[in-house]
Design a binder for this molecule. Structure first.
Ligand code: NAD
Length: 476
């Protein structure tokens, strides 16, 4: 035990002491990375920085493990358990990496520049800064899709950022406290205790599941006077929830929700959002109002403004509205030196964390080759200047040619998982040359272990495990 503890402390010590990093080198190309999400972080983790001066620009200086975000909204997990500071990764790199917490506002693909601004600048005096890049890794993700529906931005909560989870948590507790307040009218209690989730994709389904657990495990004990009045409604425009999952798992989810008294309104589309009610249109084209206390909006994603601007600048080559078009090597069409990964791209893959992280890893391999190529080119010109032997030159030429050979990106689907509440999860797994669909407690164990192993650091794994244990013992 002492040995293990000692080794653990030693490793922690090494991790905490930044190594001596090489300083930036004006002779090396500048590689700017935009973003700190799945694509950018998996890229940074794998990247060999020796041959580049790397600059990371992102409005948040940490990576957020988004699949576990719904768990933060009800206090199953603490916010810090699912984030990893970007500097945790960059401080171990061979060459120093500059990290700026700032929002990129414009990319000029002709001049090869990025303009960015520190939005949280406390003095408010920092203007925007423009930086030249040789290579740009564009991994800015997406923003919430509202379809231009009135009132969404004003009245609904999203589930994308850590601050969203905090907002949902505060709003949820405010609704319950107000419902439990002295002498509230009955219909007001019903409204406040009605939690509406719009969008039956994985985000909406997982949130509804977490909310149900919170009700059963905790609310009933804390607020016995109003807990029974809590209702959860999931609204989905399509004929069923989770269209990307197999039929069997869709049915399993819908029947679990029915058992858990989560109302699922399918073929129902939200048309308008008012302060205390959503206006929906049902399958018979009938319009009606549904009063709510908390409204969570999870209807998917759309391109960010900076991405739309970039597409406009390259309108002749960038012809997809969905996102940036890239070739098989993730190089952006029509933009020299720009690579794009993740949700901001329009590829044949679904915009998932899994795709983005595999793309990031793949791209780090491309940059490894680019770095090697630059190194061998340098060596070759030195050898020629020194009149080296033809054998030596030929050996270096061979290495150079090898470094120029690239294999196209190939996505390997590891399956889809979603938590649906009451200790049940669903898993669509591509095994044995076919798809295996599984739902229930075993899938839940699989869900937990898959997420624990996907978390990026020992610190995050420890914190998440400790949070789960905490909930089991003390509740939320
Ligand atoms: P989504 O796009 O998967 O689902 C949004 C849903 O909202 C759609 O089914 C759509 O029909 C519905 N919708 C849109 N407008 C509506 C309206 N006005 N009224 C009612 N319903 C409406 O969105 P998501 O769940 O945020 O997921 C985004 C991406 O992230 C997807 O690719 C998803 O697979 C991925 N994701 C995966 C997981 C997981 O695997 N566990 C978790 C979260 C997200």
């Amino acid at each position: 035990v002492l040995g293990t503890t000692g080794a653990f402390l030693y490793v922690t010590q090494i991790q905490n002491s930044p190594p001596d990093q090489l300083p930036s080198d004006p002779k090396k190309p500048t590689l700017v990375v935009l973003g700190s999400g799945w694509g950018a972080t998996s890229f940074l983790k794998q990247l060999d920085t020796e041959e580049f001066n790397v600059v990371v620009i992102s409005p948040r200086n940490y990576f957020l493990f988004t699949p576990l975000l719904p768990s933060v909204t009800v206090g199953t997990l603490e916010p810090r358990s699912i984030i990893q500071p970007t500097r945790y990764i960059t401080r171990h790199k061979k060459r120093k990496v500059d990290v700026y917490e700032a929002e990129a506002q414009e990319v000029d693909p002709v001049k090869k520049t990025v303009t960015f601004q520190d939005l949280s600048d406390v003095r408010g005096s920092a203007g925007s800064v423009t930086l030249n890049y040789d290579y740009l890794v564009y991994a800015v993700g997406c923003e919430n899709q509202t379809f231009g529906i009135k009132g969404v931005n004003e009245h609904a909560c999203f589930l994308k950022e850590l601050s969203d989870a905090d907002k949902v948590r505060t709003k949820l507790m405010d609704c319950i406290e107000t419902a439990a307040f002295k002498d509230q009218p009955q219909d007001e209690i019903d409204r406040l205790m009605h939690m509406v989730v719009v969008g039956g994709g994985p985000t909406g389904v997982e949130y509804a599941g977490e909310l149900h657990d919170f009700l059963i495990d905790d609310l009933k004990k804390w607020y016995p006077e109003v807990a029974d009045r809590l209702r959860i409604t999931l609204i989905e425009a399509l004929p069923n929830v989770l269209p990307a999952f197999s039929k069997q798992l869709i049915q399993y989810t819908e029947s679990t929700f029915a058992e858990n008294k989560i109302d699922v309104l399918t073929r129902t589309m939200v048309k308008d959002v008012k302060e205390n009610a959503v206006v929906v249109q049902d399958a018979n084209k009938q319009m009606r109002e549904i009063p709510y206390g908390l409204l969570v909006w999870a209807t998917g994603n759309t391109s960010r403004q900076i991405t739309r601007d970039l597409m406009t600048k390259l309108a002749t080559t960038q012809t997809q509205r969905r996102g940036l078009m890239v070739d098989d090597y993730l190089s952006m069409l029509g933009a020299d030196g720009v690579y794009a990964v993740g949700d901001c791209t329009a590829t044949s893959y679904a915009p998932t964390a899994q795709v983005a992280s595999q793309q990031g890893m793949y791209l780090a391999g491309i940059f490894q080759k680019l770095g090697q190529k630059a190194k061998y080119e340098r060596q070759l010109s030195e050898l020629r200047a020194q009149n080296a032997s033809p054998e030596e030159i030929e050996a270096t030429v061979k290495k150079l040619n090898r470094s120029a050979k690239l294999t196209p990106f190939h996505y390997s689907h590891q399956g889809s998982l979603a938590y649906i509440g009451s200790e049940k999860a669903i898993a669509d797994l591509p095994l044995f040359n076919g798809n295996v669909a599984s739902g229930g407690g075993a899938a839940m164990l699989f869900w937990r272990s898959a997420y624990i192993s996907t978390l990026y650091s020992v610190r995050n794994r420890t914190l998440v495990l400790a949070d789960w244990l905490k909930v089991k013992i003390f509740g939320r």
